[in-house]
Design a protein around this ligand. Structure first.
Ligand SMILES: Nc1nc2c(c(=O)[nH]1)N[C@H]1C(S)=C(S)[C@@H](COP(=O)(O)O)O[C@H]1N2
Ligand SMILES: [Mo]
Length: 358
């Protein structure tokens, strides 16, 4: 099916936050650049000059170093990986229907996308500088300055050293075979497969090896899972890392009118960490009975898995429900009320779209 031009829903212009409609993500392994969501925290998007850009690698390393773009390309082997990025706030609007989430971007289901990323491995860079004994975390700092903590602060978060050394974690300069767009973090962004999008730092400037997680606002305060009755504070709750199993129905569109009879329903499912999607179930009676969807082959172990099912729709309104299972037998919860949390993260409740057969 041909895809019409994509119109993004813009949640805010500064910071620029925008998402595609579900149908723009449907039926393709790679999300085109024009349909890829944008998630920013700073009011100004930086645009570092690639010719003068450098990456500083410091902290608990034997030989602190600075790399130009040319040095990264020459010194390290190139690597390409198809990876799905998903914001921890994806589908937040479904949580906001349960109880208000004031001040949080009301993401629909489009804060997710898959691209082919090329660059070099963070692990190779870390090996070149030599990680000191006792190091546990790697802080990643971008060039953008955010205002949310009250005082200006560069966007900085961290990943555990073990993940930073994993072969799938990239310093990427290319997206879907094109030069990485500035909006997505040029000249270099980090790509941390299997982890929430917040760890994939754009406009990377500095990599700091440390013996504790980052103190940055988006690690120490935001992107943490709080009990429903807690309020956000430094160090409270648990930092979100690996993605939780999630899925959606991408086509037909929610609310679409279709002819009665056989209807092809398609979607994606995504498992987090190093898990894989092993099954997707579809229901037309709100989860009383389920049938298995057909899974497409995965483009890579770090990418979403597309699925499809042919449903026989009776005339009238049918609600299509889908849920995915991962390789650790993790399954999506039925109801957003079960997972509601004060910052509105990780809504991985069953996907639901309504179709009208007329
Ligand atoms: N420097 C920097 N990196 C960042 C962010 C940011 O605001 N600044 N947002 C993060 C979040 S929360 C997500 S979900 C992804 C979004 O990447 P995209 O805008 O390329 O889709 O980037 C991450 N990296
Ligand atoms: Mo995010």
């Amino acid at each position: 099916m041909p895809h019409p031009p994509v119109e993004l829903t813009v949640h805010s212009a500064q910071p620029y936050n925008a998402e595609p409609p579900r149908t723009a993500l449907a039926d393709r392994d790679l999300t085109p650049l024009e349909a890829f969501y944008h998630r920013n925290h700073a009011p100004e998007t930086p645009s570092p000059d690639p010719a003068r850009w450098t990456l500083r690698v410091d902290g608990m390393v034997e030989r602190p170093a600075t790399f130009s773009l040319g040095a990264l390309r020459e010194r390290f082997r190139g690597h390409t990986e198809v990876v799905t990025l998903q914001c921890a706030g994806n589908r937040r609007a479904g949580l906001a229907e349960v109880a208000d989430l004031p001040g949080e971007t009301p993401w629909g289901p489009g804060a997710v996308g898959t691209a082919r990323w090329s660059g070099v491995r963070l692990a190779d860079v870390l090996r070149e500088v030599g990680v000191e004994a006792g190091a546990t975390d790697v802080e990643l700092t971008g060039a953008d300055v955010t205002e949310e903590p009250g005082a200006p602060e560069p966007y900085a978060v961290s990943v555990p050293l073990e993940k930073a050394l994993a072969p799938e974690v990239l310093l990427a300069w290319s997206m879907n075979g094109e030069p990485l767009p500035v909006a997505h973090g040029a000249p270099i962004r980090v790509v941390v497969p299997g982890w929430i999008g917040a760890r994939s730092v754009k406009w990377l400037e500095r990599v700091t090896v440390a013996d504790r997680p980052s103190d940055g606002h988006y690690q120490a305060v935001a992107y943490r899972l709080l009990p429903a009755d807690a309020s956000p504070a430094r160090g409270r709750g648990v930092p979100l890392g690996p993605i939780a199993v999630n899925a959606d129905v991408l086509a037909p569109a929610d609310g679409a009118e279709v002819p009665p009879g056989p209807t092809r329903v398609t979607g994606y499912a995504l498992a987090g960490g190093d898990r894989t999607v092993v099954r997707v179930d579809v229901s037309t009676d709100d989860g009383r009975t389920w049938r298995e969807a057909d899974l497409d082959p995965q483009a890579s172990r770090w990418s979403w898995r597309l699925w499809h099912a042919e449903l026989d729709l009776p005339p009238g309104t049918t609600r299509v429900v889908a849920r995915a299972w991962d390789s650790a037998a993790g399954v999506q919860p039925a109801d957003p009320a079960e997972v509601w949390n004060p910052k509105g993260y990780v809504n991985n409740s069953w996907a639901r779209v309504t179709l009208h057969a007329i």
